[in-house]
Design a binder for this molecule. Structure first.
Ligand SMILES: [Zn+2]
Length: 403
């Protein structure tokens, strides 16, 4: 829960929005509202005077929901204070005004764009919230199925082991890793992340930026981190033999290791470690899970339209239509795109005993893929098709992302 004291606001000029000693009710109300809005991932906050009250609503995932309501006196104090924050003219009536202010919420910078328009019962104000650093998504919202989410939570409680995520740039790998780290009991475990660059911030976590210019590579940073008795290590990427070797050794000696590699799917991810020169028996022993992921756009819920696909065309691809599927249309809410928000699609390998034996025996990637399927791995295009069948995304989008 974000408290008013976690929210610091500044005018555009950089001056404090409220004097630090100012503990008045309006300042606290505004900071509480902003904290709550960010907590629920609102993209904007609407302050709307009505005949008997001032209603405050927040837009979350494209939809407005009630947040609070105040009497006219408190409501107009809030409106005036925000106008002052934006250096807007508080006396001017009957016109549209816009401005901005900035803030730091729980240590993360946020920008606010404000527009105010005079309406029947006073000024209606909309505050757009622009997070300048991406948000860490709750594990529940990554787009995982229930079974995988449960398995991942179980993995997080293990004393040692390794989980690898693969996917192209911009496929949400670091979001996934951070969503996992968010769930870890960081207060009681020493968590060290080595990243290039640092994208997110979490409390109770040490973050070391990689800086080859200053001689800090993934491998050197990892060695330094290991001197600090970590329980959990997050390595931004394993892309060289040295890092691979240290990471694997760590995962076998009492550390839980998370990382990403460049590989085209969840099975190829296993082989990436072998390519980097790691002994097969070490890979077999250390790896618990591999995830390959992509992001697909979600259909706009306001305008998606039912769609009857040409099943003859999609069946050979293993894509079965169950129930109603939808196509994008485009409306005001989705700015005509037909899509709003994105979700992850995953291909997950749980490394089983049988697969461990096969890694040691250096089985070929194709044979491994076949066995992985037998052992329960759902190929990513099937996982994506489930999302089409759930009406979350479209066949076009699946084609676009997975080909
Ligand atoms: Zn729409």
């Amino acid at each position: 829960m974000i408290k008013p004291e976690d929210v610091v606001l500044y005018k555009k000029s950089g001056e404090p929005g409220f004097a630090t000693t100012q503990k008045n009710r309006t300042s606290i109300l505004i900071r509480r509202l902003i904290g709550e809005a960010i907590e629920v991932r609102a993209t904007d906050v609407h302050i709307e005077p009505e005949s008997k009250r001032v209603r405050i609503r927040a837009r979350v995932d494209g939809f407005l929901r009630d947040m609070a309501e105040y009497d006219h006196e408190s409501g107009s104090r809030i409106l005036s204070a925000i106008k002052v924050l934006c250096d807007l003219d508080i006396t001017r009536k009957n016109r549209m005004q816009d401005g901005s202010f900035s803030g730091v919420v729980r240590g993360r910078p946020v920008e606010f764009r404000v527009s105010s328009v005079e309406e029947v019962f006073g000024d209606k104000m909309v505050i757009r919230i622009l997070e300048t650093e991406p948000e860490i998504i709750d594990l529940k919202r990554l787009g995982l199925d229930v079974k995988t989410e449960t398995d991942l939570r179980l993995f997080l409680t293990r004393p040692q082991g390794m989980l690898l995520v693969s996917g192209p740039t911009g496929s949400g790998k670091s979001t996934t890793l951070y969503s996992l780290l968010r769930e870890v009991d960081r207060k009681q475990r020493n968590v060290i992340a080595i990243e290039d660059p640092i994208e997110y911030h979490l409390e109770y976590m040490t973050q070391i930026p990689v800086s080859p210019k200053h001689g800090v590579t993934f491998a050197t940073a990892l060695r330094n981190a290991l001197r600090q008795d970590p329980n959990i290590l997050m390595i931004g990427e394993i892309r060289d033999s040295e890092t691979a070797a240290i990471a694997i050794q760590s995962g076998l000696t009492g550390h839980l290791v998370f990382s990403t590699v460049h590989a085209r799917d969840s099975v190829a991810t296993i082989y990436r470690l072998l390519d980097l020169g790691v002994e097969p028996f070490l890979v077999a022993n250390v790896l618990n899970m591999t995830l390959a992921q992509r992001l697909v756009r979600m259909l706009c819920r306001s305008c998606k339209v039912p769609h009857d696909p040409d099943e003859v065309k999609i069946r050979p691809l293993g894509r079965y239509v169950k129930g109603r599927i939808y196509s994008p249309k485009g409306c005001e809410r989705c700015e005509g795109t037909g899509y709003r928000g994105r979700t992850g699609v995953f291909e997950i390998v749980r490394v089983t005993e049988k697969m461990r034996d096969m890694i040691v025996e250096k089985a070929s990637e194709d044979v491994m893929r076949k066995v992985a399927r037998e052992e329960g791995m759902q190929p990513i295009h099937i996982a994506a098709m489930e999302k089409v069948n759930d009406g979350l995304t479209s066949l076009d989008e699946l084609e676009r992302v997975l080909g």
